[in-house]
Ligand binder design. Structure first.
Ligand code: VAH
Length: 318
């Protein structure tokens, strides 16, 4: 990896992945491309940034040629809840955007990282210890784009030799960029509300168990997979990876260990509850551990401690 493009660079993953890549590979070698959200100042000031609509095939091609890109972390996507509100736009961005990236990668011999999701599974998938290879019939538009994206990336690998690799991310928790319209966003919102107001009104039911991961582990996984020995990969798109699995009630109790006065109430959003209920509770990530050495660093206690400390500083409440 010498010349890297990050699409969706102003999003929840992209904001931190771009900085991690710049720290490791050199800021001038990592081009950040965003569209709907303005870049955070440190992202714009620390290296090349440009606006990019991944639905514009010519713009994608021009950017890859201008910067002689050899690796694309393709993060541009609409997330689950927004995709249910705007299904046609979600299909256009998530699928036609990916196809544009894969076509340019085919012509210019770029490697491609594709972030799939637990959303690529559906109600018929085994919910506990979800196998690496199992039934995938998602019931959300977002999930349909994710399983289709996995298949399209594997197709470009098998038919054109494009070096495509991906992971199925669980819910991601970060203290830098806010999430944008996902079903797991409660696991980020709760920390800001706990520090600011000591109370959180949760949009998922107390017992909704989902796989989760702290952003430093999510970033590390993307870079570790893309720098892994290609010969050792039996799978490509996409690897199950997880770090913890918890319910809103369990998360609240862990926060109360640090903020004893914190309280939580529940006002379920039926759209996002239906989405969450269609996803697995806990994935089996043994394939990622065996094929490229995946190991998370943060479990629930470590994540909660770090999130509360970082957000207290961010909100000047420390
Ligand atoms: C979402 N955060 O909620 C994303 C993610 C597993 C969840 O795909 O849509």
């Amino acid at each position: 990896m010498e010349k890297i493009l990050v699409t969706g660079a102003t999003g929840q993953i992209g904001s931190e992945l771009t900085m991690a890549l710049r720290n490791r590979f050199g800021a001038a070698n990592v081009v950040a491309a965003g569209h709907s959200r303005p870049p955070l100042s440190h992202l714009r000031q620390s290296g090349p940034y440009c606006r990019l609509d991944v639905r514009d095939a010519e713009a994608v091609r021009q950017l890859v040629e201008d910067y002689q890109i050899d690796t694309i972390f393709h993060l541009a996507s609409l997330l689950s809840a927004v995709a249910e509100e705007k299904p046609r736009q979600a299909w256009d961005i998530n699928m036609n955007g990916l196809l544009n990236v894969l076509e340019v990668a085919r012509v210019h011999d770029c490697a491609v990282f594709f972030p799939s999701s637990i959303g690529a599974f559906g109600p018929g998938t085994p919910a506990m210890d979800t196998p690496q290879d199992t039934i995938q019939r998602p019931s959300t538009l977002y999930g349909i784009t994710k399983v289709s994206g996995e298949l399209l990336c594997d197709y470009y690998y098998h038919h054109f030799g494009v070096d495509t690799r991906g992971v199925r991310y669980p819910g991601l928790i970060s203290n830098i960029a806010l999430p944008g319209g996902g079903t797991t966003d409660y696991a980020v919102d709760i920390f800001y509300e706990a520090v600011k107001n000591g109370h959180y009104d949760c949009f998922l039911d107390a017992d909704t168990q989902l796989d989760m991961m702290y952003m430093p582990d999510a970033i590390g996984a993307a870079i570790q997979l893309m720098t892994a020995d290609s010969q050792k990969l039996r799978h490509r798109n996409a690897f199950n990876i997880t770090a913890m699995s918890f319910t809103p009630g369990q998360l609240a109790r862990e926060i109360q260990k640090h903020l004893p006065g914190f309280t939580i109430s529940y006002r379920v959003d039926p759209v996002r509850q239906v989405i969450a209920d269609s996803w697995p509770r806990h994935m089996d990530d043994s394939a990622a551990r065996a094929e490229w050495g995946w190991r998370p660093c943060f479990g629930l206690p470590e994540m909660v401690k770090d999130m509360l400390e970082k957000i207290a500083v961010k909100l000047d409440k420390s």
